[in-house]
Write a protein that binds this ligand. Structure first.
Ligand SMILES: [Zn+2]
Ligand SMILES: [Zn+2]
Length: 346
């Protein structure tokens, strides 16, 4: 089968790999029907993910059909249409029992797919702990609507949940890329008074506004972000800030635009070390929460998608076949052609 493989720093290739096989009784084999490229794949490509293992098939955001299950798999059956959770988790360790599946202590726990074990930019993929890592897609939800369930939508959902948003709050989201847009989509579930989207890309800001995800959009460099947000909040600052950009100054912007006692959720995956200037923020009494996502809510997200309350399908701006994916990487990495997300068919 064709697969995208991470070789070494900066090298990814589309090549032939053998079909995956069941290795553990809790595994399932999924025929990938739709997959995508995530910015985390680009971080792996840049060698910015130290735990990524060269030789691994990339891809951790995909949907498919179950073709085979191990003898201990109970919930999932061959023939099921499923969305795949970015995180594999045992469900039994200290962290899993508390819902912190990102830190599952199993050797394949946390973000392993498409990083430490073969992922889904391929015709087929092996999913460990299939009963935990697969969510059945109801008939009224399309593959495109379910594609982001286990990764960027899970991330937005988790971020919004830990953001402690209260009705009528002011929420600021830095970064209107795919994950930023998902964060806005999920923040809406908590009925804030307003969502302020901040990005240098006006096309993405317009999309956020057009889709009803953002009420106010601000462009750094052109507008005084801190001043504008204070103006909108009687001088206080935002009640919750989500930093989803991971840019040069965006971490500093995040704590500066937060009001005293705000929650600042750091969703972004940085490629460089950030500075926490504690003397400057003394007395602001901020609460910082950091990623990565605990992908514990895939079923809730699927239920909300099935009843029309959470649909991230609009993020798909580009479609291609797996044999065209190297070109798609080029477009996605360089944000060409106003790309938000690709849907790639193996
Ligand atoms: Zn991802
Ligand atoms: Zn665990």
């Amino acid at each position: 089968m064709k697969a995208v493989v991470y070789e070494e720093n900066g090298q990814i290739v589309l090549t032939d790999r053998p079909m995956p096989e069941i290795l553990d009784e809790r595994d399932a084999i999924v025929q990938v029907t739709l997959t995508t490229i995530c910015s985390s794949d680009i971080h792996v490509k840049h060698g910015a993910v130290p735990r990524a293992v060269p030789g691994t098939i990339l891809g951790h955001e995909f949907v498919g059909r179950v073709v085979e299950t191990g003898s201990a798999v109970k919930k999932i059956k061959p023939g099921d249409r499923v969305a795949v959770n970015v995180e594999t988790f045992c469900g039994e360790c200290f962290f899993c029992k508390r819902g912190f599946v990102n830190n599952c202590t199993d050797e394949h726990g946390g973000w392993a797919l498409g990083c430490r074990i073969d992922g889904g930019q391929a015709g087929y993929a092996r999913i460990p702990f299939a009963d935990n890592g697969l969510t059945v897609i109801p008939d009224n939800v399309t593959d495109e609507q379910a594609l982001f369930n286990g990764d960027i939508l899970s991330t937005g959902y988790w971020a919004a949940k830990i953001g402690e948003i209260r009705p009528a709050d002011t929420v600021a989201v830095i970064g209107a890329g795919p994950t930023g847009l998902c964060t806005m989509l999920c923040a809406r579930l908590y009925t804030p008074a307003r969502i302020i989207a901040i990005d240098t890309d006006e096309y993405r800001l317009n999309l956020a506004k057009e889709k009803g995800l953002a009420d106010i959009t601000l462009v750094p460099g052109r507008e005084d972000i801190e001043g504008k947000i204070r103006e909108l909040t009687d001088g206080r600052g935002a009640d919750t800030v989500f930093e989803v950009a991971g840019g040069k100054d965006t971490f500093q912007t995040a704590w500066k635009i937060a009001r005293p006692n705000a929650v600042v959720v750091i969703v972004a995956m940085y490629e460089e070390v950030q500075t926490l200037p504690l003397p400057d923020m003394y007395g602001k009494n901020l609460v910082f929460k950091t990623g990565g996502v605990d992908g514990s809510y895939c079923q809730e997200i699927m239920d909300l998608t099935a009843c029309g309350k959470l649909d991230a399908g609009f993020l798909i701006t580009h479609r291609c076949r797996l044999d065209e994916i190297m070109e798609a990487y080029e477009v996605f990495e360089n944000k060409k052609d106003h790309v938000i997300k690709y849907a790639v068919t193996p």
